[in-house]
Design a protein around this ligand. Structure first.
Ligand SMILES: Nc1nc2c(c(=O)[nH]1)N[C@H]1C(S)=C(S)[C@@H](COP(=O)(O)O)O[C@H]1N2
Ligand SMILES: [Mo]
Length: 306
């Protein structure tokens, strides 16, 4: 993210070959998708209900793009590295600890995580700060369902997210160029917004490792780096928590990171974006096309709070 400018992303970086290599999966993704038919296949999530989140009917990005053009620096800094290097990553057993300024600290395992709230399919736009975007059919449940269970105290003003790190399975900080474990944060009211999702699957199946198995955050109105992968701990805190990309380059990556076509990254424009699989750039939408979050930022200068 620091090294390459998004202007360097050429169409040849996202060639049809890369996406259509696995013809069968591509077809399953683009054609049979819609009826959640794949949810019935072996080893995946059952009882997923469809919700009204459909990204305005925009076309879902092919599965091969969603799973072979990733940012997950723990498994490599190249876009195709995570798909290759995360295959042996063990995501079971897994625990997610939720503590801090809460009345009821809790530790969830993989089974109890799936019982926090009914699983929903939500199709969200997903915009990377590098000016590419995808449309993903996530499976998950609202982050606010988990937060309500632990009962944040009056002291809690922010939510801090910490992700899994194991130097034996993952790059070193020096190799990746960022600090590990990867940490992110939200203001409590942002975290409570119904759009904020904890995803456990996509395209009708469990999350592929490269997309943040077994559980990752998805904040669709913010740049992709907010959406921390492979979460192990969520802490309710009083003060604004540190965030990985802000630590790495605070003049380039702020705490808020709202998608905003009017506030350019210091090294490139955010006015347009490349939707993976499409030839022509499209206009970037304020809050990534989720205007319902605007009231969270009423009275704030979004140029200062980038
Ligand atoms: N743990 C962790 N989470 C992470 C990242 C990362 O490097 N490590 N990259 C972020 C960035 S920059 C983006 S754009 C999204 C990409 O999610 P995707 O690969 O599922 O599209 O994950 C975010 N979450
Ligand atoms: Mo990103």
């Amino acid at each position: 993210m620091l090294i390459r400018k998004p202007a360097d992303l050429r169409y040849s970086d996202i060639t049809p070959k890369q996406f259509y290599v696995n013809r069968r999966r591509f077809l399953a993704g683009s054609l049979a998708f819609g009826a959640l038919a794949s949810a019935a296949r072996a080893g995946n999530l059952s009882d997923v209900k469809k919700t009204s989140y459909d990204a305005g009917g925009e076309k879902v990005t092919p599965l091969d793009a969603i799973t072979h053009y990733n940012n997950f620096y723990e498994f490599g800094t190249g876009k195709e590295d995570p798909a290759q290097n995360s295959q042996k990553f063990r995501t079971s057993p897994w625990t997610l600890k939720v503590d801090g300024d809460v009345a009821k600290p809790m530790t969830f395992d993989q089974d109890s995580l799936l019982k926090i709230a009914p699983l929903e399919e939500r199709i969200y736009r997903h915009r990377c700060v590098e000016a590419w975007s995808i449309v993903v059919p996530w499976i998950g449940f609202p982050l606010n369902a988990l937060l309500k269970q632990v009962e944040p105290t009056a002291k809690a003003k922010y939510v801090a997210f910490e992700t899994f790190y194991d130097s034996k399975q993952m790059l070193s900080e020096r190799e990746a160029g960022i600090q590990f474990p990867y940490v992110e944060g939200l203001r409590l009211d942002e975290a409570m917004h119904p759009l904020a999702l904890l995803a456990v699957g996509l395209y009708g199946e469990k999350l592929p490792n490269q997309d943040g198995a077994p559980i990752r955050l998805v904040v669709p109105w913010k740049y992709g780096f907010k959406s921390a992968k492979s979460l192990v701990r969520i802490r309710l805190v009083e003060k604004q928590p540190p965030t990985t990309w802000n630590i790495s380059a605070s003049n380039e990556y702020g705490f808020y990171s709202n998608v905003n076509p009017k506030v350019d990254h210091p090294r490139w424009s955010q006015a347009k974006e490349r939707r993976l699989g499409e030839l022509f750039k499209r206009d970037t939408l304020m809050f990534n096309g989720y205007p319902e979050v605007a009231s969270l930022y009423a009275g704030m200068d979004l140029r200062k709070n980038y």
